[in-house]
Design a protein around this ligand. Structure first.
Ligand code: SF4
Length: 121
């Protein structure tokens, strides 16, 4: 097994994603269907960057049309150990803090989703 290499968060690249304006809950359980998201993501200019980030980091939800378990299986097949979104991306989080609600604080974002009854596990 080898540790994944850093990949930039897609929203730090200055390109508007196809999912712009959609609530974050779209990408979690009870959100849009995986088939709908695969179609949306397939047309996104950030698809490759989003996929690379989701392969490098242990992110939850659907990224680049790939579910958490599909991504985990792919990493397992390739022998990749993911990085942590909490401890391994300080620079990305600094950039996101200026652009995203909840100040880029992923734990605060998770709490806000939980308050809406959306599971991010
Ligand atoms: S690939 Fe999908 S999840 Fe990733 S930024 Fe684009 S639309 Fe959003």
């Amino acid at each position: 097994m080898r540790r994944a290499e850093h990949a930039p968060h897609p929203l730090t690249l200055g390109v508007t994603p196809a999912c712009a304006g959609r609530p974050l809950s779209t990408f979690f359980r009870h959100g849009a269907s995986p088939a709908d998201l695969r179609a949306l993501c397939g047309a996104c200019p950030l698809y490759e960057a989003c996929d690379a980030y989701a392969m490098a980091y242990d992110v939850r939800g659907i990224w680049a049309g790939t579910t958490y378990s599909e991504g985990a299986q792919r990493r397992h097949r390739l022998g990749i150990l993911p990085l942590s979104v909490f401890t391994d991306t300080p620079r990305d989080l600094d950039v996101l803090r200026e652009r995203r609600p909840y100040g880029g604080d992923l734990r605060a974002r998770r709490r806000a989703l939980a308050a809406q009854g959306v599971s991010t596990r």
